[in-house]
Design a protein around this ligand. Sequence first.
Ligand code: SIN
Length: 553
Amino acid sequence: MPYPQELKDYIKQVESTRPERVERKRRGEEFASLSLDGREERLKSYHPDYKDDALRDIRVGVSKGYGISPEIVDTLEARSRIDPDRIEFDEVDHEADVLVIGGGGAGGAAALMAAKQGAKVIIATKLRLGDANTMMAEGGIQAASKIHSDSPYWHYLDVMGGGHFTNDPDLVKTLVSQAPKVMSWLEGLGAMFSKDPDGSLRTMHGGGTSRKRMHYAGDITGAEIMRTIRDEIRNHPERIEILEFSPAVELILDENGVASGAVLYNLDTREYVIVRAKAVVMATGGSGRLHMRGFMTTNHYGATGDGLVMAYHAGVPLVFLHSVQYHPTGIVFPEQAEGLLITEKFRGAGANVVNVDGEQFVYEREPRDVEAASIIRECSDDMHKGVPTPTGKVGVWLDSPMLEMLHGPGYVRKEFPGKYILFRRYNIDVAKEPMLIYPTLHYQNGGVEFKPDGATVLDGMYAAGEVSGGVHGENRLMGNSLLDVTVFGRLAGESAAEYASKRDLPSGMNLDHLRKYHEELDKTGIETERVAPVILPDYTNPDVKERQVVIAP
Ligand code: SIN
């Protein structure tokens, strides 16, 4: 639906302050960024992670006592979907050198690199290949590719600063130093990034960056990267087998406790499927569809944190899950698009965030957590400066039309085709009318502990992408997730292939780790009807939900 009259009236306030705001920007007078103390204070007072009930201790498993989002704790304290005594390994359905669990950017990159090393690869994915958060990522991928103005050194400092210097330095070093190589790899595979007329890659700022190093493909960068990786996977059917609609539900270990495959569940035939593999790459993505603290989410439908649960059952510790990323600019109206991402690239290009009076209240390129906390504050009862929506929510404006004044007519449509088309469906022209936004659950900052080569404490299991934790510390900066999935996906794929090349097909496959986990749940007195991995969100259409895996068999 187009904006109703009451919102059009509010928009007049934004229009009344716009010429002055644009003029200030042209003079180079930016809104003052918060001091470090100011940022800290803003986070403590308004960021959802700092609320009293934001964290709950896990009561079982290797990270027992670690306080993380209660919604994730619930999945860890659930029972497995399968009864280990009722799964048999006499007949194996598929065999591979490397089993990649997850068909997004990290899984895809891992599969390609493992196959390049000569491994026979299986990708098991919950929905279709490419149905993943990578596909939904909009704004860009960071890489210090402009050697005259940038270097991995500056990129490193930005990543560490964005993460409040809590990040694992080795992981960050790997991320930033591999970044230019990954850009060349993607371009070589055919990814079409936005370029200047001289053929050089376009770059711009993201929040918290000291250099313009965000490369992009309009506002559909993730879709372009995923398309490229998916096409390349399909070029190698002789090496890479794809099992779609086949979520993994548990890891399988061998008699020495080494990862040796997984139990999958075929959502079409409703059968369990056993895959035996010499190495496993866990690349299941994030958990936004658990809707931490009831927040709307940008995440893909399948983002239910399954890899965290499977890896945890097998003894892999969890790190940095105490911090959750809320993207500052989620759509809060129209209702049909609620929660969807509006890329940070709008703010990178200079769009102000303004309140009900049309006043700018925060520098538009603060690090994400600070920007989100500032928007929550503006809409809170302390400030009362939010815009009420016809659906009973509240938001603030992202002033996209000012970009037409700053960069020239046609800029919004050209640079943001995805959002332009989306809003046109509701008869809203974002080149002329601002967008109503509120923070939306976006990214799992933490995950399973891993090393730069993808290795985890579980022999034979490698991790890459959003399921893993440590790269971004307590706050990821824009454009470092597309980088993360490609850098660490590639490395995990190579390492897994290398590991597989030194191992025979495993024997003595078992689910003993699950038995132990269930025993620990019982001993701790945790009685629950819940089962995990979650696989599909709670509000899945009943016809579809009925297909969802039940406790086996
Ligand atoms: C965005 O475009 O703002 C999201 C991309 C990201 O999270 O890196």
